[in-house]
Design a protein around this ligand. Structure first.
Ligand code: 13P
Ligand code: SF4
Length: 292
């Protein structure tokens, strides 16, 4: 069956992140960064949502839509950073500080969200942390996004956790430095501080795409899936690539055939423990309120 027929049969809509294969982005009803996708997921009328991304994205969609069927094209596609923090770490920090907010990047498990005060994405982390009344902020799991927030908000005491994105953390700073001043450098805040210090612009995937439209030539310091949308929007843009451009192997596990297969068989459904879901919904909803 063709994709459109399958969507009709399941009353389905397809959401895709900018890092998945271009073919899936073309087929999707909505493409976006993590914040856009979470927001969009609350506005859909269809009964089935296919979340073309990694597991935490499907989980967040399910937490926000418990009565809908959420399908993942590849349920094994997971973000390693989501697992780089333990509940005990949160409990220890809560015991240490009275005036503490636990702020969790959306790239995290539902269980960790359930123990958090508010979620954020790369597009709204600084804005949301700035709105919190607490001075001490335990930021999870990404140490790089955490130190970017700390630099942006010096009045806050940002307590870092040692998680990181293996894709962004390994970006070779020397290569980026060699291009400084020769080309506009647009970077994702999951990159290391040394890389971010060289950037002309720091933002989420969506923000990078919007910013790139202002220039003729840019070095894009994030996962290469973003190039599909950049090429669609700005066919004349000269995109400079790193010699070994970062690729998220998990995002690349998804194929258009897998999208069709889950729609056909109604498989790879996301399930979240009801108690965890109820608790994780609170920080996610708070993010939707504070992040706009
Ligand atoms: P965005 O929220 O910027 O889309 O990023 C998600 C992500 O996983 C980055 O590695
Ligand atoms: Fe996770 Fe990094 Fe892949 Fe984003 S790029 S999904 S943070 S591993």
């Amino acid at each position: 069956m063709e994709l459109e027929e399958l969507k009709k049969k399941r009353d389905a809509v397809i959401l895709a992140h900018y890092y998945v294969d271009g073919e899936i982005q073309e087929a999707a009803d909505y493409i976006g960064d993590s914040f856009f996708l979470a927001q969009k997921a609350t506005e859909l009328k269809e009964k089935t949502i296919v979340m073309a991304g990694v597991y935490f994205m499907g989980e967040s969609v399910k937490i926000l839509n418990p009565d809908k069927t959420v399908l993942m094209p590849d349920i094994e596609a997971d973000c390693p950073m989501a697992h780089m923090v333990k509940v005990e770490d949160i409990e220890k920090m809560r015991a240490k500080y009275d005036d503490l907010a636990v702020v969790t990047y959306i790239n995290s498990t539902a269980e960790i969200k359930a123990y958090s005060d508010v979620c954020v994405t790369s597009s709204n982390a600084v804005k949301i942390v700035n709105k919190l009344k607490e001075k001490n902020i335990f930021f999870l799991p990404d140490r790089n996004l955490g130190s970017y927030i700390a630099k942006s908000l010096p009045d806050k005491n940002i307590l870092l956790n040692d998680g990181y994105c293996p894709v962004h953390d390994e970006i070779p700073v020397d290569e980026v430095r060699a291009l400084k001043g020769k080309v506009k450098i647009l970077a994702h805040p999951e990159c290391r501080e040394e890389v971010l210090d060289l950037a002309d612009f720091i933002g989420s995937t969506k923000a990078i795409i919007e910013e790139a439209g202002k220039y003729d030539r840019t070095l894009i310091v994030t996962e290469e899936g973003i190039f599909s949308e950049l090429k669609r929007r700005y066919p004349d843009l000269d995109i400079v690539k790193l010699s070994k451009h970062p690729i998220c192997q998990d995002m690349k596990k998804l194929t258009l055939d897998k999208v069709k297969e889950v729609l056909e068989k109604n498989t790879n459904q996301v399930h979240v423990d009801p108690e965890i879901r109820e608790r994780a919904l609170i920080p996610l909803k708070r993010m939707l309120e504070l992040g706009v």
